[in-house]
Design a protein around this ligand. Structure first.
Ligand SMILES: [Zn+2]
Length: 68
């Protein structure tokens, strides 16, 4: 069974192959709410405990500054 590509603002782009993980993805989507990302100020759909989007989190991980 081929994986499908899923995109969300919490975790970015990823492939999901198992049914369980697809359920988890839908659960994450249900928990997510529209917010303004604290770094790039884009409107993104994030889990309530997330403050910044995946795009900015990746910049932080690479040692960059998404707040500029
Ligand atoms: Zn952002």
């Amino acid at each position: 069974m081929a994986g499908r590509t899923y995109i969300d603002d919490n975790f970015g782009t990823y492939e999901i192959e198992s049914e369980e993980d697809i359920e988890w993805y839908h659960q994450v989507q249900e928990e997510s709410v529209w917010k303004i990302c604290k770094a790039c100020t884009r409107k993104v759909k994030l889990r309530p405990d997330y403050g910044i989007c995946n795009f900015c989190a990746e910049i932080l991980e690479r040692g960059g500054d998404p707040y500029g």
